[in-house]
Design a protein. Structure first.
Length: 300
């Protein structure tokens, strides 16, 4: 159940907010550094928009997407007028791990991670996570994507520095992700799929954990998936291209084999990485949904 609740009725007058850059060991692009330093510009794409609108200056010079930060600069952001009434999304999320810097939540099916819709994980996060007491605390932000119909673990940052560092971990491929899916048809016990997606190199490894006979589908497989790249819809496209689409996939499934009203059988099961601030080794898992175990039984 979710609903709207008023957050405030205050009118924010257009103003300029400032940030003084601490000493940097190496220059960094403003669009990368700026993530999380202003609540109203929480992502790289948001930074691109305000930069293109000439709303940002660095030491009184209009900044662009080509601007680099070296340390000691004053970054100024012109804040546009905000609506008279802002609302918050009341939507309960299961928090699996949380500290001052980051949180990992369970994303249910049927909700967008972000975007122009009001009902998104991004808009629900502030009502579900504890405020950080760290100096650069900001509005919590997801640092990767899960499809609308996919369930499982979603990593979010709670401070500007953690968001930047987590983004870098993903870019450096230092976050290990494991998914589980239910696929249709006979498969090899293990393998890798390397077909290009949008003309880009893509790679997914798979291992069949269990297979069962199905009167309707012939064979259903519980498949463990290890994506080595992060293309949009990569696992769904790869499995479909190999002739083993994911059960419930309306976009890439076989005609006549679409499972209606039960969703996509794709689950983000685990995340493993070194915490970028505490240096703790984290391996977080999210148990398989009941609809998986109804087909294959308990998996140990």
């Amino acid at each position: 159940m979710w609903y709207l609740a008023p957050l405030s009725n205050a009118v924010t007058i257009a103003c300029t907010t400032f940030h003084i850059v601490p000493e940097q060991t190496t220059p960094i692009r403003l669009q990368e550094y700026g993530v999380g330093i202003f609540d109203s510009v929480p992502t790289k794409s948001a930074w691109k928009k305000v930069l293109n609108k000439n709303l940002v200056t660095v030491d009184d010079t209009i900044a662009s997407t080509a601007t680099f930060i070296k340390g000691g600069e004053t970054i100024s952001l012109l804040k546009p007028l905000e609506p008279k009434t802002r609302k918050k999304l009341i939507f309960e999320l299961k928090v699996i791990f949380e500290d001052e810097h980051l949180a990992i939540i369970h994303k249910p099916a049927g909700i967008l991670v972000s975007g122009n819709s009001f009902k998104t994980i991004t808009n629900a996060l502030p009502q579900n996570l504890k405020p950080s007491s760290v100096a650069d605390a900001t509005k919590p932000q997801p640092v990767h994507r899960l499809d609308y119909a996919t369930t499982g673990l979603l990593l979010t940052g709670k401070t500007g520095s953690s968001i930047r560092k987590l983004n870098q971990l993903f870019e450096d491929k230092k976050v290990q992700k494991v998914y589980y899916a239910v696929t249709i048809g006979v498969m090899s016990l293990s393998g890798k799929i390397t077909s290009k997606i949008d003309d880009k190199i893509s790679e997914s490894h798979y291992e069949v954990i269990r297979s069962v006979s199905s009167e309707k589908y012939g064979t259903l497989n519980l498949v463990k998936l290890d994506p080595k790249t992060g293309r949009r819809h990569q696992l769904r496209k790869h499995l479909s291209s190999s002739g083993n689409p994911i059960l419930g996939d309306k976009d890439y499934g076989k005609e006549g084999f679409i499972l209606m009203k039960k969703g996509l059988y794709l689950h983000a099961y685990s995340l493993e990485f070194i915490h970028p601030l505490t240096k703790e080794h984290l391996l977080i898992t999210d148990e398989l949904p009941e609809r998986f175990t109804k087909i294959f039984g308990e998996i140990k």
